[in-house]
Design a protein around this ligand. Structure first.
Ligand SMILES: [Zn+2]
Length: 113
């Protein structure tokens, strides 16, 4: 193959990180990707509606408005992210690394053990 494939045309020419081949949405995390797929069963939502009687518990993707209703946002690459979990991760990281443990704290851990 010659040349470099610039991106996926289904994703507007971008290279998806956690792209969905059903709705062509892209997500910053696998967790969010998983959360946008709803429904219990292996058949698709459309297949479920075609059943007799019709069923609405088939797998489908949340649409844009449902994801917006969850508070999700899209970044500059049109990747969905959840600002709440991004902020929680930022805080957790700051708490973990923001306050270095003193040598005395480390010593007292060892003395207690
Ligand atoms: Zn999807």
């Amino acid at each position: 193959m010659s040349g470099r494939y610039p991106g996926d045309p289904d994703f507007g020419g971008r290279i998806p990180r956690n792209g969905c081949c059903a709705c062509y949405s892209d997500f910053t995390s696998v967790k969010l990707f998983d959360q946008h797929r709803v429904g219990k069963h292996a058949y698709s939502y459309a297949e479920g509606l075609d059943m007799t009687p019709s069923r609405e518990d088939g797998r489908r993707c949340l649409d844009k408005y449902e994801m917006l209703a969850l508070g999700w946002e899209q970044d500059e690459n049109e990747r969905w992210f959840d600002p709440v979990s991004v902020e929680a991760a930022r805080k957790g990281f700051a708490e973990l690394h923001g306050r270095p443990r003193s040598a005395r704290e480390q010593d007292s851990d060892q003395a207690a053990g």
